[in-house]
Design a protein around this ligand. Sequence first.
Ligand code: NAD
Ligand code: MG
Length: 397
Amino acid sequence: MSLSENLANALGAPRRIAVLGATGSIGCSTLDLIERNPGLFEVEALTANRSVAALAEQALRVRPRFVALGEEAGYAELKAALSGSGIEVAAGPQALIEAAERPSDFVMSGIVGAAGLPPTLAAVRRGATVGLANKETLVCAGELMTAEVSRWGATLLPVDSEHNAIFQVLDAATPEAVEKLILTASGGPFRTCSLDEMRGMKPAQAVAHPNWSMGAKISVDSATMMNKGLELIEAHHLFGFDEQRIDILVHPQSVIHSLVAYVDGSVLAQLGRPDMRTPIAYALAWPRRMSAPVEKLDLAEIATLTFEAPDALRFPALRLAREALRQGGSAPAVLNAANEVAVAAFLDDRIGFLAIAEAVERTLERYAPTPIEGLQAMFDTDSEARRCAAEIVAALA
Ligand code: NAD
Ligand code: MG
């Protein structure tokens, strides 16, 4: 029996999938795997923010029952594009939540930024299996999310490649046997640039990642290495290790996706091509495996894997994220909100590249961390930090 027949038998019926952020990089890779395996998966819902044409085109291809647009302005156009298709159309923040609440077996959380939190939480609160790509959700509301996951018996499957790698090699039953988690980082497009060179870098250069093809925001995060800082916080919440037990190792080839070091000296790693369809396939088929159309890893051809320590001076975002995690409470949410505002300003060419980390640091300085009790307190912190970061960004422009 083939792998795919085996999986089909194990699943019984096709697994029903909702894809939040369907038109993005993670969303498109998820749909690619689904469309290659029509017997294994069916689509319940798709969402996008404002990409009406792309969402309509996807919907006509994969025939979900429901599509939702974050921004209400595109509703009429989407409705017209899907008229006669039988696909239900809705728009606005509540529609995104509905997409997550509908009865699917698996929700891919692929929205970018803290905007992904409400629908991801809605999926968790109906006890769904959630493939988590949207790391900002765990950065700004980690404690709340993990508490809700246990309360509702939901399952969070890490899709971020580093966390997916750790999930694959971590012996979760014996955390005391683990010395460290080691997150690998490519170092981004400016790994070898001087601070002076980095100062003049433009958005097009920052989004040109050497190994991965991703959305604009995460690409800029990779260039500042804030991405690795956010991933450090994400790893803390997913696996329960404190900040001192999570190392960051620069590995420019992006072949080793992360490692777990055990107390007996063993170090286990997961390797693969830098193609998100591997961790997405792992999550979609979990606890089994499915094949993915990913180029085979040819280590003889790659020949050399290299490693270096991250440079704290040129990449201050790593220090800021560690400090925010140590401080706890509202600090990670403030870090995330300020970073979203600063990255958007950089992508609009309003501030320079080095001003991103500077704006985040200045915003963090304005807030003494406070405990976050409940979702509303988290949203209040998020909006307040965005307002403050916007002022700081305007002053840096
Ligand atoms: P992207 O920009 O390519 O796509 C984002 C998706 O979210 C789009 O469908 C967009 O319509 C939707 N969206 C954007 N803003 C929204 C809003 N305010 N409300 C509702 N929907 C909104 O982003 P991406 O690169 O696919 O990344 C998505 C998430 O996955 C991010 O959190 C990122 O950090 C994480 N991630 C991405 C990759 C990758 O390879 N792209 C790898 C690891 C983790
Ligand atoms: Mg990652």
